[in-house]
Design a protein around this ligand. Sequence first.
Ligand code: GLC
Ligand code: CA
Length: 542
Amino acid sequence: MRNYSKSCVYQIYVKSFADSNGDGIGDIPGITGKLDYLAWLGVDYLWITPFFTSPMNDNGYDVADYCNINPMFGTMQDVEVLLAEAKKRGIQLMFDMVFNHTSTEHEWFQKALAKDEAYQQFYIFKDPVDGHAPTNWQSKFGGSAWEYVPSLDKYYLHLFDKTQADLNWENPKVREALKDVIRFWKDKGVGGFRFDVVNLISKPSVWKDDTQGDGRRFYTDGPHVHEYLKELVADTGIADMMTVGEMSSTSIDHCIRYTKQQERELAMAFSFHHLKVDYKDGDKWQLQPANLLELQRLFCDWQEQMQAADGWNAVFLNNHDQPRAISRFGDDEHYWKESGKMLALLIHFMRGTPYVYQGEEIGTPNAGFTSLEEYQDVESKNYYKILLSTGKTVEEALHILSVRSRDNGRTPMLWEESPLGGFSTTSPWLAFPKKRSGVSVAAQQQQTDSILGFYRRLIALRKERPVIAEGTIRFLDTPEGIIGYERQLEEQHLVVLCNLTGNSMTLLPQLRPVGMFLIGSYEEEPDVSLGLRPYEGCAWIC
Ligand code: GLC
Ligand code: CA
């Protein structure tokens, strides 16, 4: 049995969770103030996105000091209080380690710029090749992945924003410095870690142009990544802790190695292939309706193959980089409540550890922004310009942002129905979603059939029923639009069917479960002989 099969992780995007001091920005004491709510919900771990010293060009994923707190979010004492208060409630904290890169404001980078050669070795500085960048690689936020520094006559690599310089993991001093960061937080009582884009840390030894893509095939799951992870984990003694790696464009084979228990790398991994089924030709900025057959296939492949080789999934549909699943795979207009519950069920009964991203548990939809001024995200702003330069009209570009922007998932948490949502006493740094009627913790805590109540029940069921936490999984041969799977533990079977379409779907007789109805996204129990209603999700114990 896995340590974390019964656990549920709740992700907090600090800036948008709860503001304690009325500046419109969520903060650490704000989280402490909501611990009773999180304990009531039943979650075991909180993954808290970065709150360390940072110029905030990428909202904290550009860290300038890993062991200090950004004053915008509070103080070290606030963090210590949060840790202690969480512990009292049986909740552990996971901090977010952004180790692929640092902010260019980090002391190490500043020393490198000041010509300290030892610190230049901390990053990936290269000489120009024929007067231009060393390779044609593209940054994931748009534009070249190389930035030229005239005073050094060198380029440095940045796979993300130009203020996020990639660290040189080949340098043992870098690896040691990062281990010290882990030790520092571990000593403070942190219960686990999330590792940001950690499968990108090992770069190739030969630098060449990518004639087929943006360069990612050369550095994704790179040559020494497993070695580096094993070393980091062993030397900091975190092999038995709750750890999760964010794996960008990875493969099942690598995720098996990252998470197989005997490898002693990480407890689990996030992969993203299932969240690209609405990307046209793999391009996030080209819209297409979600390919549901592809979604079914991906869940089936990842779940069954990870299981076969003792890998372990982090299962999720939402995070701070994704538009809201309820708007993306559900119908937030006509079947808001049903979609919210069905998508929750789909994830929570799979094999792996489920993650709930703040606001998902109350059915928060996409932001619905209509002007560029409403957006804050660096990626959205960059791509808006790129979209216009490739011939899109302003309307088209804004429409694409309204579907794809990361700000869709970053709107402030709605605690109450009031205009400021109980988030703050002033207008927040990012606007609330336009559609927010019924979307609040206070409203839903009072209703028995709310999306929130449903999440709470799912989290409790995982602890009550071993088949959910530990059962094997097998996907059912369902028609397009329905995802079905069966979990099994000894004599017990659990059957889950989810209709991801707005149509009623008939069920072939062999798919109709017989047994005890457990939970479903409609108030009434389904009549399986009639099929599944739009966005209906339900589970039976058979
Ligand atoms: C991860 C984070 C994302 C960030 C990027 C660069 O993908 O989740 O928010 O922009 O890494 O650190
Ligand atoms: Ca604040």
